[in-house]
Write a protein that binds this ligand. Sequence first.
Ligand SMILES: [Zn+2]
Length: 326
Amino acid sequence: MSPGPIYEPEDIQSRNDRWTQAFFAAGFRKGDIGQITFSYHLVPPAFWFEDALHRLGCTATPGGVGNTELQVRMMHDLKVTGYVGTPSFLVAISKKAEEVGYDLQRDLCLEAGFVAGEMLPESLRSELEKSFGMIVRQGYGTADVGCLSYECYYKNGMHFAYNCIVEIVDPETGRQLGPGETGEVVATVFDEVYPMIRFGTGDLSYFTDEPCPCGRTANRLVKILGRLDQVTKVKGMFIHPSNADEVAARFPEIDRYQVVVTREAHVDQMTLVVELKEGVEASEALAKRVEAAIPTSMRVRGRVRFLDRGTLPEEYKKIDDRRKWE
Ligand SMILES: [Zn+2]
């Protein structure tokens, strides 16, 4: 069953070919013991991943969801070398392991981690890699089409899996977009049981065709930016809340922020309204610096306007589209 809920058939063979590529790229090899911490109930991923591990000659331990302390003991007692799950559950594992007195590197044997299902910020990845002494790589796919792309050792984007077609398309026209252009991830898979022609994932991303030092020639999704339904088009470019997060992350002075989109004389205007941190003075110079950073992350120019602290309500949308189309 895929989240929906929709009951779907499965072509294990073709689907798991792609997950197996992903696990190999994440560093899983024959003889590894991988602990699967995805749910074994009602949804397919745990079964895909177990099969992918078996194809590589690995052993799979079915951890499932929760039971954190028991899972930590399993990892220790069975000398588990691979983690398969969400990034956040690996954080929970590390906390619980330390709580029961384990040293993450001496008492656990984790070497490779394959994570999916959540965003993986670089800061979290390096924290996990350092504390466990392991490598953590991510894959991307959906319940409907299976694996579409995965990271290699060089973690510079996710290579398209080889027996499927991944496209980035303009969600309005369905036209294919080129490298660096943001659009919807659309997938075609050739499963005999459940083929999909140009299945729209609803996820927003862009790809690169730059060569990768690993030698794989497949293009790479650079990163998943979020869901299509959160996106707004400004001056012909797609703006996602994560673009604004990127700008704000570069300025420690910024506390809260919102993108306001308006239309003046039939031209889109974008303003980043900003509340500064306690004690930071609003200045023309700071506004200029933020304005200069906006096009790098958002690919359109925008103005900056400072608000008094507390002007934005407790809960607010990151993008406030005030354009009226009449
Ligand atoms: Zn590569």
